[in-house]
Design a protein around this ligand. Sequence first.
Ligand SMILES: Nc1nc2c(ncn2[C@@H]2O[C@H](COP(=O)(O)OP(=O)(O)OP(=O)(O)O)[C@@H](O)[C@H]2O)c(=O)[nH]1
Ligand SMILES: [Mg+2]
Length: 402
Amino acid sequence: MRRALLEGDVNYKVARQFTEEIRKKAIGKDVAKSLNPGQVFIKIVYDELQELLGGKTSELDLAQAIPNVIMIAGLQGSGKTTFAAKLANHFKSKGHYPLLVACDVHRPAAIDQLETLGQQIDIPVYSERGVSAVDIARRSIDFARKNARDIAIIDTAGRLHVDEEMMREAEEVRSAVSPHQILFVVDSMTGQDAVNTAQEFNKRLDFNGVVLTKLDGDARGGAALSIRSVVQKPIKFVSLGEKLDQLEVFHPDRMSSRILGMGDVVTLVEKVQQQVDEKKAEKLEQRLRRNEFTLEDFRDQLKEIKKMGPLKDVLSMIPGVSGAVRNATIDDKALTRIEAMINSMTISEREKPHIIDGRRRKRIAAGSGTTVQDINRLLKQFSEMQRMFKSLSKGKRRLGVR
Ligand SMILES: Nc1nc2c(ncn2[C@@H]2O[C@H](COP(=O)(O)OP(=O)(O)OP(=O)(O)O)[C@@H](O)[C@H]2O)c(=O)[nH]1
Ligand SMILES: [Mg+2]
């Protein structure tokens, strides 16, 4: 599990702490009759993830002041300007009158970018050219007051790396306008680095909350886990695309589902859940290889699958399958029916299914409460399966695989 977390960009210290916590909680835990140990374990992991992500949703509180000042900070390209516009749009849709403030005076096109975004969502942008960031910030507050804008969102300049000049400028802007909220924007694709950057910004600016951007990509959300627990500041929003309405309030419970739903952690949990006796599996593999797979082995396999819980849950844990399975109806009774049919066979019938003639089929159907058609179908499927194993093991031999 720790390895899976590391691969998912979770900081190593956080991963260690997390697995230790899970271990403590899982060992000695009573398993309710209606659940199996695997399900209980997943629940423990889910709860712990949610706790690590902050427990409950942390709303962005607005102060009584007019205007409310929200300052945005973060590295270059992290998505500050895009987020500033998204946030303005978010407040507008809740009946507020935001003002965007262009304090990135270092990159020539930065002001234009914010102005273009402002136009798209019909929100004014305060900007001045050839003036320092601090002056723009200060004057924008007056402008907001005079123009009845109740929230000022200040977009600041980013740098490629944390550097002294950028930090100083951000600190100056902060002391000039005393923001009610400072939000730190971080690109969730930056993985482990995100934690270091967050720590640096937190040291200098003591920000109030975190915004994770680019979660629409294949970032695994590990950054979210690490930042939250290393800097102890809540994640407020997640940004999920370039369109200005692709912003979501951060919900720890949904994020833990996302992390679990990704398969990385789940595959490991699955291993715990399967509880397959390795020796048994090895024996089975040998039988398969020697082409001795019988209906009896088949029945044992079905039992293993059933042990893992409802078939739908089992399937939905396989990465990539979950979406399709969620809406499908899967008949767990089918497994029980097959088991009943095999149980009604004699040992020699299970080992040599070809001896099962019409009379025997009738007897097995009657014994298992099924029909002759059901028996026909099972035997046909089983012989197809055997054929498949046969061709698989032949193929392996040809490829020189043991
Ligand atoms: N896919 C995706 N792209 C995003 C997201 N947020 C921002 N972007 C893109 O990332 C790039 C950088 O975003 P900006 O908002 O300009 O980042 P910035 O932090 O203001 O950058 P600087 O001002 O140069 O420091 C742009 O191409 C955005 O369209 C997001 O949530 N998802
Ligand atoms: Mg920008």
